[in-house]
Design a protein around this ligand. Sequence first.
Ligand SMILES: [Fe+2]
Length: 284
Amino acid sequence: MALTIQPTGATLGATITDVDLAALDDATWIEIKDAFNEYALLIFPAQALSARAQLAFAKRFGEIEILNENMPTIALTNKGEDGALLDDDSFRMKLLAGNEGWHTDSSYMPLSAKASVLSAHVVPSSGGHTEWADPRAAYDALDQAMQDRLRDLTAYHSYFYSQAKLGHEVAVGEGYGFFEGEPPLRPLVKVHPETARPALYIGRHAGQIPGMDDDAAEKLLSELMSFTCQPPRTFMHNWAPGDIAVWDNRCVLHRARPYDHREERVMMHTRIKGDPATESALNA
Ligand SMILES: [Fe+2]
């Protein structure tokens, strides 16, 4: 059966049905890859993939970025190792709280991520959605003068910066604060390596802009974020267990939505590495 692609109605995203991702043939994979480049966010309801099948699907997009001690897929959950729900003051929950700010994955690393795969396993009775925004459409909607101005700018992306803004001090080596020294410097307008489509490359980790004072940089970045993260450039998904999504971190922003932490939530996340030729920081 041919797969069915239903665009979301926002400027990004499509829902794909009539496909079994656990038994993906190469011809269907090409269709998915083309849809990925066009829509930048794909949602596949009710796949209920095993950990092995999720990893195999993620590997179609490229090499896996290891986030935690050789585990290719990690749990994003408020449940601790002992099975009890974590306290909001715990380090893990503060990391997760950061995900509620608009961001693109691993932009604070020397090599930013290509794509992210996320599946739902246990969901709260309300909230806990994921929302995505389209910095490609945002760039397109800017006037020519602004586009020209932004194309000449770069920004530093720092995990220390983004967590500090939430009042969470992270030490070097702690959480995702892996390294010391100058944070990764990235272009403010990223040209997609496969589609050549330009997109704003922003998010909560972006703070300073070389050649601009910090207040002016923060103001500009916050204006660009507000402009990007509004309809018709946003799409929100209400997860059901078994759903799986994949998005393109090179041209999509995303955030987690709040939920009642007294309810359990378990999501499984696999991240795909960027291409060193196009996703390396300018100062790496
Ligand atoms: Fe994320």
